[in-house]
Structure formats: C-alpha cells, structure tokens
Design a binder for this molecule. Structure first.
Ligand SMILES: [Zn+2]
Length: 422
C-alpha cells in the first residue's frame, strides 16, 4: 500500500469543527438540538455543502436530503466513488462530536487528499447523511436506508414527531417529497464503498489507552413492545387475589428478563419506556406498554433473546391474570464491516504510529445499513469518560487529529490502489 503520509491541515479541522459547533446549539449552551428535518439540521447541511464547495468540490443533495460533495481527482466521474463522512443530526441535548466529527474530518481528509495531488483511480465523495439518529420521527438511518433500498415506506409514511408533525410535512417544508425517498436507491451504483470516522461513544478505548479502533461488526438492534392487559379497578376495595395489575406484570417481566440478560454475554437489553393506563395512584393499572431495546452482534442470540423475553413475559403475567401481546417495530440486523478494509485501517494506523484494536459497535450507524450493499468500514476514536448523547460528549484534540489522519490515510489508499484493498 501507499505509505506516503498526507499533510493534514489541523487549523482547518478545529476551525471547521467550531463553525459547525454554533449550528443548532441550545440557547442555554447545553448541547445540541439538531433534530432531523429541523431548521438547524438543514442549516448544518447547507454549511457542509458550502464548505465543500469552498474546497472546489461539487456539492449536491439526493431525494432523501443527504448531502454529498464530489472530488474526482483525475478519476472518471462515472466511476463509483468512495464515500467518507457521517451524519449531521443530533439527539435532543446531544453533543457536538456524534456525527459532527465524522463530517468535519471528511472535509479535512478530502482537502489533504486534494492537496497531495495524486491521480485517483476512483472519485472521492464526502457524505452527510440525514436522520441517522431517528430521535424525532423514530425513523433512524433514514438517509442511508433510502440509499441502500432498505426503507419500510409504510412506517415512513406514518412517521410523526411529538407534536404530531408528519415526516412527510417536515420534508415538504424543505422541498423534499417523501414519496420520492425510494428513488434515492437508484444512486447506489455510483457508490464504491463507505468509510466513516466516529467517536466510540463508550469507555473502552480510553480505559485501555488505545488511540483508534477498526469496528469489526455493528450490533443488531431490535425494538420490541410488550402490551400487558389486566383490569383497571379500585386501588382500595379490590380484593388482593382479584387484582389484575398490568403494571406489576410488566415490572416482573423487567426483573426476570433483566436477570437473564445479566447472565448472558454478548447481549444488552434496556427496558427504556413504559406507558401505564390510566396512570392514576388510586387505580389498579389496567394496561401497561413496555418498550425494550435489545442488541447483539450475534443474530442467533438476538432471536433467542426476543423469544426468551416474550415467553418470560407470558409466564410472569399469568399469576396476575394479565395477558400479553408483543410486536417488534424496529429491526436492524447486525452488520460485519469489510474485513479487507479493517486490515487497511490497521496498516494505515501502523504507518501513522497509532495504536489500534478492533471493537464491536454497540451503537447503530449508517455503515450498518450501507455495509449490507457496499463495502463499509468504520474508525473509532476515544470518547472522554465514555459519555455520548449528552452535552458533555467530548473527545480530545489529539483524538480528533488521530482519527482524521487515519481516515485520510485509509481513504487515500482505497482511492489510489488498483484493487482498493478488496
Ligand atoms: Zn452518530
């Protein structure tokens, strides 16, 4: 592989990161509110396209609202391009680094590759995906799913935010047609592969004192809703044996399934949301709705966990004369990253004298959708104290530089070598 080192413009990295950092910031200064299809998210996309144009790249937007910018570098513009980038939306009160670092790093890496002056074998494409987080409409990975042809249009058509604004209307406000989302998939042949730098969002790299990681596999994620049906009744007068308390059944299900999860490796599960009806202190709850987030990089284990949860729920609900229904409403399969590109990341880390390891990503990413249809790989850098999806989210200046260097070096290799490492 090419061992020539690229010259990185560190000033540009920190300047651009600071510029992006004023867009969608909460007035209190506590984190970001850059939700999908909000003015702030669209402003961030515009900033990205203008910045890319400033570098001489050709910026464009697809029907899903993803922003791209192309640099042919002497390659035929008809050749499929290597995309590098991340997303620009945040969760409510999110941090500056989740997604933002990957997009800024892509700009900086592209500038370094342009300035190096080599003739590329395939074009470079900077990418900023929309609605990665799904925090507003529950439609996470929307932009990458549209590109990969993996959208569930029935879900997308119904998607609405907390204020009952339909995704369809939020998109229309910015001139996008929800029904045109599937046409994004026609662009996929123009993509050679996808490489993303992201913060780890966990404590492993920092605790082990390792500078970078190649992601080995992105976890599979299931969201499962359990509905418990008992009988609402008077909290005082109903005899104990006759109480059909749906909330107690849900609580037993949380306790029993969590014990199984605690004793199971390679799997996590979170009972994160509960709705109780009628939710009154002096009424025996007649209904409860409990939503689980279950994750594992092992598809068979994930299936096993879902089966285990539903059977445990049925079992523990019986003594309360409560019945249980369940349905899954979000299912992202685990996705292994490209093994040859993991090795390229490791070789490039060696050239740059950066320590590196391989990590499972327990967070979802656009690469888990794109990695099913084109080669994809991800680089992680340490998160301070492992905090993410919070205003305190942060990575050191040296982590930002290390990650950007590694992104640039790996991308340069894929762009200039005949087989692109594959
Ligand atoms: Zn992210």
């Amino acid at each position: 592989m090419s061992h020539e080192r690229l010259n990185l413009d560190a000033d540009f990295l920190f300047r651009a990161f600071a510029e992006l950092g004023v867009i969608g910031r909460n007035p209190s200064g506590r984190g970001y509110q850059r939700l999908a299809w909000s003015q702030a998210e669209r402003d961030a996309h515009q900033w990205f396209r203008e910045r890319a144009q400033g570098l001489g790249f050709e910026a464009w937007t697809d029907p899903a609202g993803n922003s791209f910018a192309d640099f042919s570098g002497g390659a035929s513009p008809d050749e499929p391009a290597l995309a590098i980038g991340s997303h620009l939306d945040s969760v409510p009160f999110g941090g500056a680094f989740d997604g933002g670092l990957g997009v800024v790093a892509a700009l900086v890496a592209a500038k370094a590759i342009r300035d190096q002056g080599a003739t590329l074998r395939r074009p470079l494409r900077l990418a900023a995906f929309t609605d990665e987080e799904g925090a507003r409409f529950g439609t996470g990975l929307l932009g990458s799913k549209a590109l990969a042809g993996a959208l569930d249009m029935d879900l997308v058509r119904q998607a609405a935010d907390q204020n009952n604004i339909l995704l369809k209307d939020a998109m229309a406000r910015y001139g996008f047609d929800l029904e045109a989302l599937p046409s994004t998939h026609k662009l996929l042949p123009r993509f050679f592969g996808y490489l993303e730098l992201h913060i780890e969002q966990g404590p492993r790299l920092e605790q082990r004192g390792i500078a970078t990681a190649a992601v080995s596999v992105i976890t599979g994620i299931r969201h499962l809703r359990l509905e418990f049906f008992g009988q609402a009744n008077h909290a005082g007068t109903t005899p104990k044996p006759e109480r059909r308390n749906a909330l107690r059944a849900a609580a037993e299900a949380i306790a029993a399934f969590s014990r199984w999860v605690d004793n199971t490796d390679n799997l996590v599960a979170n009972p994160g949301h509960i709705t109780v009806h009628p939710n009154a202190t002096n009424v025996v709850p007649g209904e409860a709705q409990l939503d689980w987030d279950i994750r594992s990089p092992d598809p068979a284990l994930l299936d096993q966990a879902v089966n285990r949860l539903t059977s445990i729920a049925n079992e523990v609900a019986q003594p309360f004369q409560v019945t249980v229904r369940h349905h899954g409403y979000h299912d992202v399969p685990a996705c292994a990253m490209s093994e040859p590109w993991m090795r390229l990341i490791e070789e490039a880390a060696g050239d740059l004298h950066l320590s590196t390891t391989r990590l499972v990503s327990w967070a979802g990413h656009d690469a888990s959708v794109l990695g099913r249809v084109i080669p994809a790989a991800m680089i992680f850098v340490p998160s301070r104290a492992g905090v993410s999806h919070a205003p305190e989210e942060s990575s050191s200046d040296s982590a930002m530089l290390d990650g950007t260097r590694l992104l640039a070096q790996t991308a340069f290799h894929i762009l200039t070598e005949e087989g692109a490492g594959l």
